[in-house]
Design a protein around this ligand. Structure first.
Ligand code: HEM
Length: 542
């Protein structure tokens, strides 16, 4: 090669390297617009540490319904309208239904064994998803109506006897009912082992998932190489993984033992164990996590219910309207039943409005593109992380009048709560807070039923008001602006005044609770001594 040709090649290589270097951190051509980037870091300097949904919503007012951000080499795309969600998440679901790979996630649950966190292309995901869909389908849930009703009656009893534990009572209800259908066993007390362990492990699991917001190990994989003795987070993740495996391993083990002893009760995990080979769910880690992710997923229902109760306290006029409606339709001789729900439009509007004002999943769960897609000339590149800004959609002033105010009536005049004078987004659909595409939440029917019947029953039985500080005499309202930061935004536990509506209501609650014994019996084989003593003391098992 002569010197001239060599010079040309070298210059081209240098120019290419320089252009690559200078473009580091900048927004690629064709990407959705977004805030200006800086060399190398992109938008890292302005990327919020928490409450991402608020910043994303503000940027979307400037840059449009679809925005992009660059954090070093990682592209993040945020969808801020129903149309954007339909185009990318729903219509192009083959390309957009992966989850982003996170190093912390891999350390917590290796080998993609957790189908809620794994890639779409994965055969294990398909098998688990199919099984979960069948379990949580509304037709299948009908089989559990009696059990759901009985657990709701215990929830009322718990609220009456231990109103100070209202927050935990809700968790007990959800863990107990979900584990009946998943593991064929229930928990009669907040202190029952499964509830107590779940309440210890689950928040730590969620906190561990959030570590990457503080230690950006996915952006700088080198951080993952720092030895464990120098970094606290690795020990934390290891410990959480151990607890997670111990809890769900024990629950799985109990189902296996029941099968060995021939005393199965036909629960979901028994079926998975027996038909695992046929279904492609035969790996122990996958089985363990299948039960685990369903129990974890169900806990979102607790958060939604806790949020609804905070709204009842903060908006007493609306609470009064809900009560009047329930009183008229149901009376005082019995608690509401699932069949009453279609006749309680204001109650349903109250639930919708609580979910709109404070969606528990402000950014749903992230998706990740597994191939390039171009939609209306805009590039959604392979590897980009996609967020649906659920909070942003629900507070969009173009469609929601006074979006920061609590007005259940908006859902009576329009089924989506949209203002009368708005030309609504044609892609708006129900249940946006449950995500979309192939990853749409499989637990939606479970959650909707549990929220409907429990909200109606609790309001039928009790009035909810703020706690009054005995010293100052001041009312302490739940702080509706102070929710936990992370994937799930939960209200903080707060003291409330929970008062039965009348002695008649109390008598009905006691009677209904006594009647639960026979219904629960097949799911109470593995109760601890304390649980059995509780049943013997408070419940007529005859
Ligand atoms: C109000 C209650 C609930 C809300 C708001 C909610 C919301 C969500 C959202 C936004 C996603 C991600 C969807 C997406 O990626 O597009 C999701 C996924 C999931 N949810 Fe729920 N959920 C709720 C209740 C439940 C319940 C009761 C269960 C189980 C009993 C459950 C199990 C799951 C599972 C297993 C996934 C992962 C699905 C997958 O990745 O394929 N969820 N949920």
């Amino acid at each position: 090669m002569d010197k001239v040709a060599l010079g040309v090649i070298l210059s081209a290589l240098i120019a290419f390297a320089l252009s690559k270097t200078f473009s580091l951190g900048s927004r690629r051509k064709g990407l959705p617009p977004g805030p200006p980037t800086k060399w190398l870091i992109g938008n890292a300097h302005i990327f919020p540490k928490g409450n991402l949904h608020l910043a994303f919503a503000e940027w979307s007012k400037v840059y449009g319904d679809v925005i992009s951000l660059q954090v070093f080499h990682q592209t993040i795309i945020v969808l801020n309208s129903p149309s954007a969600i339909r185009e990318i998440i729903d219509k192009r679901n083959v390309a957009s239904s992966n989850r982003p790979r996170t190093m912390i996630g891999e350390r917590l649950v290796p080998n993609e064994a957790n189908f809620g966190m794994s890639k779409l292309a994965d055969e294990k995901w398909k098998a688990c998803r199919k099984a979960a869909n069948a379990l949580l389908h509304s037709d299948n849930l009908k089989k559990f109506t009696n059990l759901q009703t009985a657990e709701t009656h215990q929830l009322l009893w718990d609220f009456y006897h231990t109103p100070e534990d209202w927050f935990q009572n809700i968790h007990r209800f959800v863990v107990s009912f979900a584990s009946i259908i998943i593991y064929g066993k229930r928990s009669p007390r907040v202190k029952s082992r499964d509830v107590a362990e779940f309440m210890a492990v689950h928040p730590q699991f969620m906190d561990a998932m959030n570590i990457s917001a503080i230690v950006p190990v996915d952006i700088f994989p080198i951080l993952d190489k720092v030895p464990e003795i120098f970094v606290k987070w690795k020990k934390q993740v290891k410990q959480v993984r151990k607890m997670h495996e111990a809890l769900y391993g024990r629950l799985l083990g109990q189902v296996q033992d029941r099968l060995k002893l021939n005393i199965g009760n036909g629960c979901f995990m028994e079926d998975m164990i027996l038909r695992g080979d046929k279904l492609g769910i035969n790996d122990r880690d996958v089985l363990l996590n299948l039960g685990g992710v369903l129990l974890q997923g169900s806990d979102t229902t607790s958060v939604a219910l806790q949020n609804i109760i905070c709204c009842l306290v903060c908006y007493p006029d609306a609470q009064e309207k809900v009560y009047k409606e329930i009183e008229q339709v149901v009376g005082v001789d019995r608690p509401p039943h699932i069949d009453d729900l279609p006749n309680l439009p204001y109650t349903r509007a109250f639930i919708e409005e609580s979910n709109r004002l404070r969606p528990l999943d402000p950014l749903a769960l992230p998706h990740c593109m597994n191939q390039d897609e171009i939609v209306n000339g805009v590039l959604y590149p392979k590897g980009s992380v996609i967020f649906m800004n659920i909070w942003g959609l629900m507070h969009d002033e173009r469609y929601f009048e006074d979006p920061y105010e609590f007005k259940p009536e908006r859902f009576l005049s329009n089924s989506f709560g949209v203002r009368q004078d708005a030309d609504d987004d044609p892609a708006r659909r129900p249940n946006l807070m449950f995500g979309g595409g192939r990853r749409v939440c499989p637990g939606m029917p479970f959650a909707q039923l549990a929220l409907g019947i429990n909200t109606a029953s609790l309001i039928w039985a009790f009035s909810f008001s703020p706690y009054r500080d005995p010293k100052s005499g001041k009312e302490i309202l739940p702080d509706m602006s102070h929710y936990s930061v992370g994937v799930i935004a939960s209200p903080k536990p707060v003291k409330l005044q929970i008062t039965p509506r009348s002695q008649k209501h109390v008598d009905v609650i006691e009677k209904c609770f006594q009647e639960t014994g026979g219904i629960f019996a097949p799911f109470e084989h593995e109760l601890s001594n304390e649980d059995q003593q509780f049943n013997a003391k408070y419940r007529d098992l005859m």
